[in-house]
Design a protein around this ligand. Sequence first.
Ligand code: MEV
Length: 344
Amino acid sequence: MKIIASVPAKAILFGEHFVVYGKRALATALNLRLSVEVSGRAGEGYHLIVEDIPLFGLDMELTSEYAQPFINYDEAARAIAYIRSAVQYMEREYGIDGGVELRVKSEIPLSAGLGSSAATTVATIAALKRYFGLWNGDLDELRRDAHKIEKAVQGNASPTDTAISTYGGYVLIEGGGVKRLRDLPEIELVTGTICTIPVGAGHESELRLKTRELVERVKTRKEAFSSVFEHIASAADELTGEAVVALRRHDLTRLGSLMNINHGLLDSIGVVPRRLSELVKLAQESGALGAKVTGAGALPDGTGTVIALPAAGHSDELRIAMGLTGAIVRDLRTNAMGLVVEEE
Ligand code: MEV
């Protein structure tokens, strides 16, 4: 028996980071997918094969220290942290006992702000639940399980990413709760991902989880400037509320302006390094209705993604302009389908 669970990429449209402090955030699923296949194996334990993820492929026993051929251990280690935690969680909470092969395939770049961690977590536990006869179709339970795992790896984590990986569509995080918004239209977004490929294979990097580090940096800034931070966070919350209204009315000009403002707030909390900042400016000056960093942002030497809202009929020019910076540029659509679990 082979079980295949697939989930979409996510883009936070408004409210990242501030959502960790109880403010509203709006996120959507993009039409890039990650899948986890679970099938039986002769031996005990877990055999993991990660392939097709932009930047690396590897093959390893999940319990062992050593990964067989890898291209980029840094990125691989981050993916494994979530898979290993998901497997340990399933052993502890649901009593599964191995004897499986897990094969991960992905179109979602890792550590880029497009939800690869949540996608890996949700797809891994969905596939394991179904394989071990534990799947009852309860998406809310699955999302909560995935969120616990994400929190264990990431430290402070909002439910945004795991909600989008699970449900797809659009979600609004409000007062810490998750609301699925089914009345928002699909729109086109151009994404630009800046990738810095680290040189070397330092195993210590397993601990250097990007989102965790950025969330901690923001916390430090919040503590140092608590009253100023509160104003910025309240403004971000307002932007999210206004964005839902603009999107519902399909007022893309207003939505774009709100994105530009949100980007300024992200810059003010220190999660926008030079290359992402340049990419946003370039998109804004190349006819985008709006552009912003999405997700956690990036460390100065790291990977991150910008989303830009093209004016109707102008996405080609925008894509070409953003590509000139060396970013990996994609023309994507929002409101993509959530988790799909199939048996082969
Ligand atoms: C990461 O994709 C989004 C953050 O807001 C963290 C979180 O919500 O858990 C930075």
